[in-house]
Design a binder for this molecule. Structure first.
Ligand SMILES: *Cc1c(COP(=O)(O)O)cnc(C)c1O
Length: 386
């Protein structure tokens, strides 16, 4: 399929650039594939990771499809509830939950706090006591499983700030034993993001199984196991592979994790659900001939999509208005006063001129939700296709 067919011409004729273009049909199809993959497993529950994209239009579709929410702040809990997600399907992780945020979780009676440290557990217990409620808690355990992804997005290694270390686990259970207002319900893990090698998830399953058998041997009952998110998407070929291989992902857990009767298995997918439905649409301001390079300077910048600057992330980039048969090699850069404001280096595009429209694909996850107002720029608006 040509990229020209994907975007209706009116889209960039009528709308001021830059903007996020969300293909809601693709979002619905992606969710349908996901639900289809787990329809035979009623004990599998998916919580959408709100931080990937909290756009209310997307959230509403996700809520209507029946997914739960994985939140990492009080603001995200409120956004999830506002979109229609039941608090009974909300889990809340984060290493630095403030009292105010914990109270938001307690007041809304969310499904579960994923607790990341002993001091946090103590504060949740105190705040729940003050309100005379019982907080359901799961312990986020640092499984010390390495995900083969960018170092900024691994979270399950000993040196990361996330979770409770395995060696502290028995001590945490001893402390929790005397707490009156927390109820232990399960374990939580999350090893990282943009993971495409199923061996990493398999390694997590084996680690989870061995932690579970250790806890069973101590007489600990566990109702729910949350294996986090992290399933990656195809940033190289988004047009050919718009929907992640959910079957391969869930089959890894079916095959390798040992659940007991009555236990539920929870997933927190963010990127895999929303990344491919979003495209950042931008216009070429200037084409500049440097000493050794040609630069295409566009009106979108790292304030709209920070992933390339922050993680060296690759996004597929296309000129969707040039019909030139000739190609040139360009660096695609934004207007922000930072050298890292680069979307792609040495990118081959048809000969590109001022006014052409550039599409940056796979921008639906960690794009709009990470936008900033640096350089006094407005937050990018969004356009939706049905
Ligand atoms: C970010 C995050 C996720 C989602 O990660 P994706 O790679 O977008 O699937 C899930 N769980 C936790 C705790 C997170 O912090």
């Amino acid at each position: 399929m040509s990229t020209k067919n994907i975007f209706p011409i009116e889209l960039f004729q009528d709308n001021e650039t830059p903007f996020y273009y969300y293909n809601l049909d693709l979002l619905r199809q992606t969710i349908n594939h996901l639900k289809h993959s787990i329809e035979k497993n009623p004990e599998y529950i998916v919580h959408y990771a709100i931080k990937a994209n909290a756009n209310p239009v997307l959230l509403k579709i996700i809520a209507q499809a029946g997914l739960g929410a994985d939140c990492v702040s009080g603001g995200e809990i409120l956004a999830a509830i506002q979109a229609g997600i039941s608090p009974a399907k909300i889990v809340y992780a984060g290493v630095g939950k403030t009292d105010k945020e914990i109270n938001i979780g307690l007041d809304n009676d969310i499904f579960c706090f994923n607790v990341e440290s002993i001091p946090e557990l103590e504060v949740i217990n105190q705040l729940a006591l003050r309100k005379d409620v019982i907080a359901r808690v799961a312990l986020r355990i640092n499984p010390e499983v390495e995900a083969h992804t960018h170092s900024h997005i691994t979270t399950g290694k000993a040196e990361n700030k996330f979770g409770i270390s395995l060696s502290d686990l028995d001590r945490v259970f001893a402390i929790m034993h005397d707490m009156t207002n927390v109820s232990f319900v399960g374990l939580h893990f999350h090893i990282g993001s943009q993971i495409l090698d199923m061996n990493d998830f398999e390694a997590l399953c084996h680690r989870v199984n061995s932690i579970l058998s250790h806890l069973y041997s101590q007489g600990v009952a566990i109702q729910y196991i949350n294996v986090g998110g992290g399933l990656g998407i195809d940033y190289e070929s988004p047009i050919e592979h718009p929907i992640p291989d959910f079957d391969k992902y869930f089959n890894t857990f079916r095959k390798h994790i040992q659940l007991q009767r009555g236990q539920t298995l929870h997933f927190e997918l963010g990127r895999a659900i929303v990344a491919q439905c979003g495209t950042l649409i931008s216009r070429v301001i200037f084409v500049k001939e440097g000493e050794s390079k040609k630069f295409v300077i566009i009106d979108a910048g790292m304030t709209d999509l920070i992933r390339p600057a922050l993680y060296d992330a690759h996004h597929h980039i296309a000129n969707i208005t040039s019909y030139s048969a000739e190609q040139e090699v360009y660096d695609i850069v934004g207007p922000i006063c930072e050298s890292s404001d680069v979307f792609g280096r040495d990118i081959k595009l048809p000969v590109t001129s001022r006014g052409d429209v550039i599409a940056i694909f796979s921008a639906g996850a960690y794009g709009e939700s990470m936008a900033s107002q640096y350089n006094c720029r407005p937050i990018t608006h969004s356009i939706f296709s049905e």
